[in-house]
Design a protein. Structure first.
Length: 67
């Protein structure tokens, strides 16, 4: 994989990590304010989807090597 492509993937991963942290903060704020459970659940589902996408990108960067 070319260096530029790796750099682009790492940048995308960093953006997803930041978005994941933003969702975490938003969910915590919603819980403290007493927002309805359905909204919190939807936010958690979006956060989980981001985590899955981050895992896929990390697997592209560091492929599994069977030794």
């Amino acid at each position: 994989m070319p260096d530029q492509e790796k750099a682009d993937i790492r940048l995308a991963l960093a953006k997803l990590r930041q978005e994941h942290e933003d969702y975490d903060a938003a969910i915590n704020a919603m819980i403290q304010v007493g927002c309805d459970a359905l909204r919190v659940q939807r936010m958690k589902k979006k956060k989980l989807a981001l985590k899955d996408r981050m895992t896929q990108i990390e697997d592209q960067i560091v492929p599994d090597i069977i030794a």
